[in-house]
Design a protein around this ligand. Structure first.
Ligand SMILES: [Zn+2]
Length: 492
């Protein structure tokens, strides 16, 4: 029986975040633990596993390493991960092919394009004839070198990423085609001198929707194995940052080239629709307070946890308190305050200095008084397809603090978590007793990823141009390594 080894390394590295990422931030999984964690989830590894029954192969789960997005990865961590990846794949014994899941925006202190280097080392270890199919997140900096070291590259087509499992299955299908001698991938790669701002990276609304839908249509054409585009990851100051088009056809370079050129021209033509205009934090809170019906969502885009920020920004909290908004919930990663709540116990009224503790980019710690309403171990289950494709979530020990409200005002809450947790599931709130649809204002430390979970309940949303490690105006950063003249990088 055909034997396929699978492996995964996922990190989205924000090179502007002030702290580097150590190996200890990575959750490592081996063998059967990979099967247990990803079964019933919506990840590309779930697709790799399910492909076994669908396409008739034996899967050998080897090694998965994942971490929440954060700063540049330390050199020692990169070196160990690269060596372990090859070591574990080799330990699988003779295999017929390899399915590899890499994020595409992994930056290490010693290697700018770490994912390309992982792929190169796997290619080097297994030789030029080993079929290797790779998946990427669209928030990636895809250089041409990575495409050259694998037989095919498949990038998720949705943001929020709800098609990860499908892309895993697609990668498995392509790999099996190669092994059976039915497919001989030919790739066209186009790098565009442009950067789509994260504000616009929603693939199911304009201006991106129609062009991203076309990718799926193209794959129904005979001979097209995969049609992909990256959205780009603007918090990565590396030469490959920007938008790319990658088209893989079956032994037809001319077809791949023609489709890639057409997609690149259409993407380039979107520039006018990609202008950015968003209110500051005070303006955004005003908009939310004027909403006739809740829950109205305020997006704290400067503290986009999934983009590598601190998760404890207080700019929005400060403004909600200053404008005397009510019926809101704010989440802060603050293990110290969680511990204070746990020590006080349920029902205790405490004055705490919350948030703003990680670095000097996310506002000052705020003194608040509130009652401990709930303590929770932070573990929750999400069965629906949500950004990240994960079924088992963990925010660490968490405390819900009910902030003292004036008479006739609705209760407001601060959810304090021990881990940095991006808002990808409503169960993050429901597990501590908050019914999101009953709130007037929900706040999310995110950019686009939150939408998969929140769109079904919200009445509207506003993006607040908050400061932080994921602030959206590139003008506020100094880029040193990106290509000169990249459209979108000049900001506003
Ligand atoms: Zn992403």
């Amino acid at each position: 029986m055909t034997k396929i080894a699978i492996a995964q390394i996922i990190h989205e590295s924000n090179t502007f975040a002030p702290h580097t990422t150590p190996l200890s931030d990575f959750r490592l999984r081996y063998g059967d633990e990979i099967v247990r964690f990803y079964t019933g989830a919506h990840n590309e590894v779930t697709g790799f596993l399910e492909g076994a029954a669908l396409y008739g192969y034996e899967v050998v789960p080897t090694f998965c390493a994942t971490a929440t997005p954060s700063g540049t990865v330390q050199a020692a961590a990169f070196d160990w991960l690269a060596a372990e990846l090859v070591r574990q794949l080799k330990a699988a014994g003779p295999v017929d092919g390899i399915l590899l899941s890499l994020h595409g925006a992994f930056v290490a202190e010693n290697v700018a394009n770490a994912d390309a280097e992982f792929a190169r080392r796997v290619r080097e270890a297994f030789g030029p004839t080993m079929p290797i199919v790779l998946t990427h997140d669209p928030h990636s900096s895809v250089g041409e070198d990575v495409v050259k070291n694998v037989d095919a590259l498949v990038i998720y087509k949705t943001n929020p990423h709800i098609d990860m499992r499908e892309r895993g299955l697609q990668a498995a299908r392509i790999l099996c085609g190669i092994i059976r001698g039915e497919a001989k991938p030919t790739t066209a790669y186009r790098s565009l001198p442009m950067m789509i701002n994260i504000v616009h990276q929603h693939t199911s609304s304009p201006p991106l929707r129609d062009l991203w839908r076309e990718l799926t249509t193209l794959e129904q054409q005979p001979g097209v194995l995969a049609a992909s585009m990256s959205l780009c990851y603007q918090y990565s100051d590396v030469p490959a940052m920007g938008n790319v088009v990658v088209v893989v056809t079956n032994n037809d370079q001319a077809q791949a080239d023609a489709i890639a050129d057409d997609l690149a021209a259409k993407l380039w033509g979107l520039r006018e629709a990609l202008a950015v205009a968003i209110p500051d934090v005070a303006g955004a809170v005003k908009v939310a307070m004027q909403a006739k019906r809740g829950p109205f969502v305020i997006v704290d885009i400067g503290d986009n946890v999934g983009g590598g920020s601190a998760a404890d920004s207080t700019f929005l909290l400060q403004e909600l308190l200053a404008q005397e908004a009510d019926g809101w919930v704010v989440t802060l990663a603050d293990p110290k305050s969680v511990q204070a709540c746990a020590n006080g116990g349920i029902g205790a009224t405490l004055s705490l200095t919350v948030g703003g503790k990680t670095d000097d980019m996310h506002g000052d710690p705020m003194l608040v008084t509130g009652r401990v309403k709930c303590l929770h171990d932070g573990k929750y289950e999400e069965r629906a397809a949500r950004h990240g494709g994960v079924r088992w979530g963990d925010q660490g020990l968490s405390a819900l603090l009910e902030v003292q409200a004036a008479p006739n005002k609705a209760a407001s809450y601060i959810l304090l978590t021990s881990h940095r947790a991006a808002p990808m599931s409503l169960h993050q709130l429901q597990s501590v007793g908050i019914e999101p649809s009953y709130m007037r204002i929900l706040t999310v430390k995110a950019a686009i990823a939150w939408k998969a979970a929140y769109e079904p309940v919200m009445t509207g949303f506003v993006i607040a141009d908050t400061p932080g490690a994921t602030q959206v105006n590139p003008r506020r950063w100094t880029y040193r390594h990106t290509r000169a003249g990249l459209w979108g990088l000049e900001g506003w």
